[in-house]
Design a protein around this ligand. Structure first.
Ligand code: TXA
Ligand code: MG
Length: 316
């Protein structure tokens, strides 16, 4: 049985319903097919990472369908607005300072103070976002480390039944991912070359765009990541309840209960969805000067969780 559905009014309504209910929909954009979920549903977003087998919580692009959605999510200025008006909808993604501090968005942003936003130039993608009523988080709809999909069939071959529905809109016109530019600094930096040429951006702005020397697949250098993930309070990890100090706020997992519990049933998907929000809660409380966290199994999404908390605890 295939979960590929040809685009129609009816299948689009079904897809929007799936997004609203916290499911995953693969959908066409002009660049590549995206694996979409409601940005405000951390469990659905965690499921994107699980389905792709992405080893760490690399932040995801929020896809929008109306210009108003941009200023609700992120901080904009006249440079951002004019670039959006010129190149959107289209294969250009902006890294901007995050404005919407709803903790439900933490996983999409992977705990960073920045976020990426794009308005795709594909009628099905735009329609899906509008009908869902929320921005849609979407990486390319393929298993981690395989090639990005440009047809519904590619998606099916890579992810199969891991996605609730694959909306078939034919082949993607652009076929490579969007160009990503960082607009958080005065000098624009291109983090990923993609569907929109650097020269076009330079010509429009009348200024040079720098090329990032970092790894194009990483949001920032690991060093920067360390900084971003550091909570305000010292944190110890891999701590069983009996080894916890009295002055530590305890984040539990499974039967190791605490002030908070990432997942009482020991579900790593649920734990991943709660992680960033709980780390925020732990550092915002005033009762305990330190944080301790229960051991998390090193399997599935546990790899990503452990990667993040290891960074957070090293830094202090
Ligand atoms: O064309 C595209 O951009 C496709 C379609 C589906 O829109 N999406 C896509 O997403 O290629 P993904 O997740 O495969 O690539 C997004 C890239 C990742 O390398 C991620 O690290 C980077 O964007 N990224 C996301 N948020 C970031 C941030 N706040 N700062 C820097 N880089 C970020
Ligand atoms: Mg990708």
């Amino acid at each position: 049985m295939t979960n590929i559905f040809t685009y129609s009014n009816q299948t689009l309504q079904q897809a929007a319903r799936i997004i609203k209910d916290g499911g995953l929909v693969a959908f066409p954009t002009e660049t590549v097919y995206g694996l979409g979920a409601n940005v405000y549903n951390p469990t659905a977003v965690a499921n994107i990472f699980a389905s792709k087998g992405r080893p760490t919580f690399n932040p995801l692009i929020s896809h929008i369908a109306e210009f108003d959605m941009l200023s609700e999510l992120a901080q904009t200025d006249s440079r951002v607005t004019s670039l959006a008006q010129k190149f959107w909808p289209g294969p250009l993604t902006f890294v901007l300072n995050r404005k919407d501090m709803n903790p439900a968005l933490d996983l999409v942003c992977a705990g960073l103070k920045t976020m990426t936003v794009r308005m795709p130039a594909h009628p099905i993608a735009l329609d899906l976002i509008k009908q869902s009523g929320v921005p849609i988080a979407a990486p390319s709809a393929n298993r981690s480390q395989s090639i990005s999909p440009t047809t519904a069939r590619h998606v099916f071959e890579s992810l199969g039944s891991k996605v609730d529905m694959i909306l078939d809109g034919g082949s993607c016109k652009v076929g490579v991912e969007s160009t990503i530019i960082d607009l958080t600094t005065p000098q624009i930096v291109m983090l990923r070359a993609g569907g929109l040429a650097k020269e076009e951006i330079e010509e429009f702005l009348g200024e040079k765009v720098l090329l990032s020397h970092g790894n194009p697949d990483l949001p920032s250098s690991p060093g920067q990541m360390l900084k971003h993930y550091a909570p305000r309070l010292p944190m110890r990890i891999n701590i069983c309840p009996e080894d916890k100090e009295d002055n530590e706020f305890y984040i539990g997992f499974g039967i190791m209960d605490g002030n908070l519990n990432l997942s009482k049933s020991g579900n790593l998907l649920e734990a991943a969805a709660n992680l960033f929000a709980f780390m925020h809660l732990a550092e915002e409380q005033n009762e305990y000067p330190a944080i301790a966290m229960a051991p998390i199994p090193e399997t599935g999404l546990g790899l990503a969780i452990n990667d993040r908390i290891r960074r957070a605890s090293y830094n202090k």
